[in-house]
Design a protein around this ligand. Sequence first.
Ligand code: LLP
Length: 865
Amino acid sequence: MSASHPHDRWIVLKFGGTSVSRRHRWDTIGKLAKKRAEEHQARVVIVVSALSGVTNELTAIADGAADSAQRIAALEARHREFLAELELDAEAVLGERLAALRALGSDPRAGSRALDWQAEVLGQGELLSSTIGAAYLAGQGLEIGWCDARQWLSALAIPNQSAWSQRLSVSCDAQGSEELRAAFSQQPTRVLISQGFIARHADGGTAILGRGGSDTSAAYFGALLKARRVEIWTDVPGMFSANPREVPDARLLTRLDYFEAQEIATTGAKVLHPRSIKPCRDASVPMAILDTERPELPGTSIDGSVEPVPGVKAISRRNGIVLVSMEGIGMWQQVGFLADVFALFKKHGLSVDLIGSAETNVTVSLDPSENLVNTDVLAALSADLSEICRVKVIAPCAAITLVGRGMRSLLHKLSDVWATFGKERVHMISQSSNDLNLTFVIDEADADGLLPILHGELIDSGAMPVEDDTVFGPRWREINGAVRPRATPWWQVQRSRLLELAQAGTPRYVYHLPTVRERARALAAIAPIDQRYYAIKANSHPMLLRTLVEEGFGLECVSYGELQRVFEAVPELSPRRVLFTPSFAPRAEYEAAFGLGVTVTLDNVEALQRWPEVFRGRTLWLRVDLGHGDGHHEKVNTGGKASKFGLSAARVDEFVAAARALDITLTGLHAHLGSGVEAEGHWRLMCDELAGFARRIGTIEIIDIGGGLPIPYHADDEPFDLDAWAKGLEEVKAVHPAFRLAIEPGRYLVAEAGVLLAAATQVIEKDGIRRVGLDAGMNALIRPALYDAWHDIANLSRLEEQDTASFDVVGPICESSDVFGRRRKLPATTAPGDVMLISDAGAYGYSMASTYNQRDLPKEEVLDV
Ligand code: LLP
């Protein structure tokens, strides 16, 4: 061993309170230290916190608690008990240290609570825990030495700092010197253990690092020693793309650069103290956050050599934010107005977080984790400020922050996020000048439940590039084993048949009837629904239509062409099982539909006024717009003022009067407010609202709540919870038992039953991007180009190979949007001639295909095995 070698490379391992309070955790610490030393031919410094809860007790003692003597006795007992658990001789290991603790209780400085005495008291926890650790690990056969952090970390004297800060909230010199490194390496053992939280004061006594102390100590050690890396061992797997307790779909962030990590640590994640990043960043020492209980997980690595991946990495929420809005007349003309305002914040010891300004208003936010913002301080500040402007304090607020590189270049992908915030009262929007964060401040109460929605929107829009596995790891739910395993998709089982079909020509859609039946039966089992229709616009292949009719579904059509298709495919179908729900259709289509005897739905008064003879004496359903909509993309939202669909709720009475005048009987009330809606409460609300109108109309027998059920296109999408949906409908139906209930889904029944097979034509590299071209393009499947929709893509010819390389998957159409997916992982050997499969393409695939660029329509095939 090269104990005295001046160029030894160190690895710093830091363990927090929970990691040092249990015997089995110390076994892990010992194993990890040994493993690191061996794996990396390195030497190891272990930096530890006090046993959990000990620092709080010491703080009470340092604050002069009346029962300090009892507290000291309890601390002593606690440590003795732990030594017993570790089967160590308490007296031999800790006798001196416990005596020092007792002596501090009766120290003459205790009366005045001198700052140097307080620092010594506070530092006892780490001195005790590190001494215990050294004894226990040595007993386990590890060659380990104890070192006093105060010998190596020296507090910096910062001008203008209060005496309190200079003693109890210090920063340290992180530069070090070759001499210091050489001296440190002189210590004889390969592994050393030291303390977090404490450093040496200029007077030789103890100083305290303050908040985040132990993480920061480890970072200082890392920087001083120019360590290989600093590992922060905690009881969570690392940093996540959102707080996993609020967003179980949050992804582990496996790799970040220092700046992003700093921003995430500052705006929310509690796993790493933000102060600890700078020392490592300045010294270019990589950091890692790892889970002591699950050391096999990748954790979060933070370093400077990361190729920056643009995109949102995390979304966080801070509560208890106070906004101070200051209104002054013509303030920009007033020289020094801002200086006067900020001087008052300084006077009250408040550091400002966000700033927004307008011609006559400046609004700032105060973050409670940085400030003591109690009502007294705010009242005093307001009183002072009101001398120079009108003041309004808005609290409690929540600051919701998106963090990631290149926020400004992502704005076009954030439209859904903006729309979601648009539903709340946004007090302030602030974009950081380092282009790393975008923050929205709203009322705290409005923020509840918002994070999972926003997180989902960031993924769906591609703003959070979760498919990039250099940055994004597994989901929290997966790590905790709370993911329901998905069934193997049918197309994997049918692979060889599909490869054969591809030989007969591509591009080709293939539909799997057993999957269609399975979905149909799942919907048929939902008791509160009385009538089911299939929206054939999703896929009108005759065999699918016949299959669904056999399963008891009626068919919903939106054009005369669809009606013709239905009666060609299923000639024996009773017209009573067919709905006609057109939008802006010509008169002739209504006439033809009545001629066929199908149920016609109308959604405007104007048609009754213009063509009274077409509708006189008929039975009709009425489609209304309930004033709100939803959906997987704004282009499929079919409710609200901006949508062309449905009769405005404000004109229902007018419609009913016009219909009566024409002797029309209204028997059904219908709404379809969007497609791919994930909120299962959506239909329950519709049902309730429609029932309200139905009562008013008087003749309504059936309520049709449309389609719109989503499917999980992306691994991050949860499968739709049919049970919860059914329960909601049951409850609402119990309230309105007078009406029969109908649905008319399209996608849910057929999307997962269809795949698009295409052949790879070329693989081309250009400026670092590798593209695989297919013989199918946006003319064959337009959803990615039109809605930025996600479809999984697989190389069916090489299914057994690992997906290790990144490709953009494109088509042959002369449009830049002819892209099926970007940065998709596929086998590195992907080559022309391979059969590629685009999954979940059974809905709105072939039915939206075109011959653009004079390319043929895809072929279609149906499997019933
Ligand atoms: N009922 C009516 C009146 C509709 O307009 C639609 C779909 C449905 C039912 C069936 O909706 P589904 O259950 O499939 O969500 N091309 C888009 C979807 C447009 C949906 C149009 N209307 C896409 O590929 O996502």
